[in-house]
Design a protein around this ligand. Structure first.
Ligand code: DC
Length: 229
């Protein structure tokens, strides 16, 4: 097995920004699994499927092909061959992904794709169930979190910067709802793996959070290379 890092945590903890930067600095491939669930959510929204109707969602799955491509080391997510990497970055698509990712058939569809990516290369993979379910043998597991208020403010700033309309109290409410759904679903709920290192980014800048993660990666790399030799 290669060297794999699993980073899990709730929406807005800074996972993707931190994981992407740390992967680049450590020479590992960054895999964003949330983007895969978002691609499925986008397809279902476009088709007007009732997201709360599990059977209707399941029936649509055979028509969905999600794949990953890399351009200059940057992950692109393809939905039936279309690059949807930017259009999936809305609150609406995120919420659709959160609702539909609770269904077993949706999770099963992405499981092999995620495991295969980690088998073929050394990755930093971020999501909700990477340390607990997808890569239980990852050499390093990190649970990245921050207070709800801080996460809501970060999401809000991101949306405003993109020119989307947003109200801070609504973003906070959406984050709380998303946390609840992601943590309370029956299959592969978001939780800290027992052997994951908890990193609280509430009072950290992005740079500080990236450094904290990099220190953990290098420590663990040295340890695991020591074990191999
Ligand atoms: O990380 P994100 O906001 O892009 O994720 C969108 C949703 O996808 C999230 O609310 C829950 C779901 N998800 C999941 O269930 N499992 C993962 N490994 C990644 C994301």
């Amino acid at each position: 097995m290669g060297f794999n890092v699993a980073i899990d945590g709730p929406a807005g903890a800074g996972k993707s920004t931190v994981a992407k930067a740390a992967a680049k600095a450590a020479g590992l491939i960054y895999v964003d699994t949330g983007a895969m669930y978002r691609a499925i959510g986008l397809y279902l929204l476009r088709k007007g499927t009732d997201l709360h109707d599990e059977k209707a969602v399941e029936e649509k799955l055979p028509g969905i092909d999600v794949s990953i491509a890399y351009e200059d080391g940057v992950q692109k997510v393809l939905l039936n061959g279309e690059d949807v990497s930017s259009v999936i970055r809305t609150q609406e698509v995120g919420a659709a992904a959160s609702v539909t990712s609770a269904y077993g058939a949706v999770r099963a569809k992405l499981l092999d794709l995620q495991r295969d990516l980690a088998k073929k290369q050394d990755v930093v993979m971020d999501g909700r169930d990477i340390g607990t379910n997808i890569l239980p043998d990852a050499q390093l597991k990190i649970y990245l979190s921050a207070s709800v208020a801080v996460r809501a403010k970060r999401r809000y700033d991101e949306l405003v910067e993109k020119g989307e309309e947003a109200v801070l109290s609504e973003v906070e409410k959406e984050i709380e709802e998303r946390d609840y759904r992601d943590m309370h679903r029956e299959i592969a709920p978001l939780k800290k793996a027992e052997d994951a290192v908890f990193v609280d980014t509430s009072d950290l800048t992005i740079d500080q959070a990236v450094k904290a993660v990099l220190v953990l990666i290098f420590e663990r790399k040295v340890e695991s290379e020591g074990k191999d030799s």
